[in-house]
Design a protein around this ligand. Structure first.
Ligand SMILES: [Zn+2]
Length: 316
């Protein structure tokens, strides 16, 4: 069985950095947002985490060869299938039905891909930070995969603030593009995605947990090590001496040395390697305008107490 940890979250919740930290452990391989391999990776040739145009990354070439022999699926055909049957709004259908031909075809394709990743990289754990609840719902029915679900949440006001700010789009190859959501849009999506992710969690009995971005960045090292234990990786350590079973990328609680990765897609921070000091981004507490915060608070109100977020956060 191939262990896969799926990270589900609405965007701007800190999943890329978590993904990169996990990838920096010896027996872990992060595929990034694997759901975009067909569109952004193979069709649009956006860069792999290693910097090469995705179709030219030697590691992924090998993985795709092992996965599909000489008969790879057409990326255009799979992208069309995803648009037709694997959008966010299809999540409840994916959870309910077991015989949708599109869903079963995609499960077959993605299962071969995960198994090939494990074979080629030798990783004990594959991390997929595709985020989408539809993909999370799919994963629990993939043959040969032992699936785990990590649901990451972040204060919706911080998320709305992040989406309102100009930032370069996902991949360096498209610097002109920016990707933004207004506070209503961001918070409606925050609410909807989190509800859908909670709905998928029941298909991961005893293999799902929720993590708040804020708790993760309060104690990054402890959080990551606990997470690795949760997925059954006391040996997540690779070459580390037995006395320190988690000697991985952490120099101390919040300093981490990120190794290069081969993530399919994700936030631009995925290209960062080397020593990084992990800090919570709290600029929104001082800089967010009241209107944006009010809108975001009202829209996300139904889930604020559940995730222990205050009604009206104070200044830093
Ligand atoms: Zn690569």
């Amino acid at each position: 069985m191939t262990k896969v940890l799926f990270i589900a979250a609405w965007g701007r919740s800190g999943t890329t950095v978590l993904d990169n930290i996990l990838n920096s452990h010896e027996s872990v391989f992060s595929v990034g947002e694997l759901t975009y391999i067909w569109s952004r990776g193979l069709r649009q040739r956006r860069p792999c985490g290693c910097g090469a145009p995705f179709p030219e990354c030697p590691l992924w070439q090998q993985i795709l060869r092992v996965a599909y022999d000489d008969d790879p699926p057409s990326a255009a055909e799979v992208s069309a299938l995803q648009r037709r049957s694997l959008r966010i709004r299809h999540t409840p259908t994916i959870l309910r039905t077991r015989n949708n031909p599109d869903v079963e075809r995609y499960r077959g394709l993605i299962g071969r891909l995960y198994r090939a990743v494990a074979d080629v990289t030798g990783a004990t754990l594959i991390v997929d930070s595709s985020k989408s609840p539809a993909d999370a719902a799919l994963l629990s029915g993939v043959d040969g995969v032992e699936p785990y679900l990590l649901h990451v949440v972040r204060d919706p006001r911080a998320v709305a603030f992040s989406w309102s700010r100009p930032t370069s789009h996902h991949d360096a190859s498209t610097p002109g593009l920016t990707h933004r959501h207004g506070p209503v849009d961001s918070s409606v999506s925050w609410l909807g995605w989190n509800l859908l992710i909670e709905g998928t969690a029941r298909t991961y009995p005893r293999r799902h947990r929720r993590l708040r971005y804020e708790d993760f960045l309060a104690e990054p090292r402890n959080t990551v090590e606990e997470l690795l234990r949760f997925v059954g990786l006391p040996d997540s350590v690779g070459s580390a001496p037995a006395s320190d079973p988690f000697a991985g990328p952490f120099a101390d609680q919040r300093t981490v040395s990120l190794r290069p990765n081969h993530t399919v897609s994700g936030n631009p921070s995925r290209f960062r390697t080397g020593e990084v000091s992990l800090r919570r981004d709290d600029r929104w507490l001082d800089q967010q305008d009241r209107r944006q915060r009010l809108i975001s608070t009202l829209v996300s109100l139904p889930l604020l107490p559940r995730y222990r977020y205050p009604l009206w956060p104070g200044p830093r």
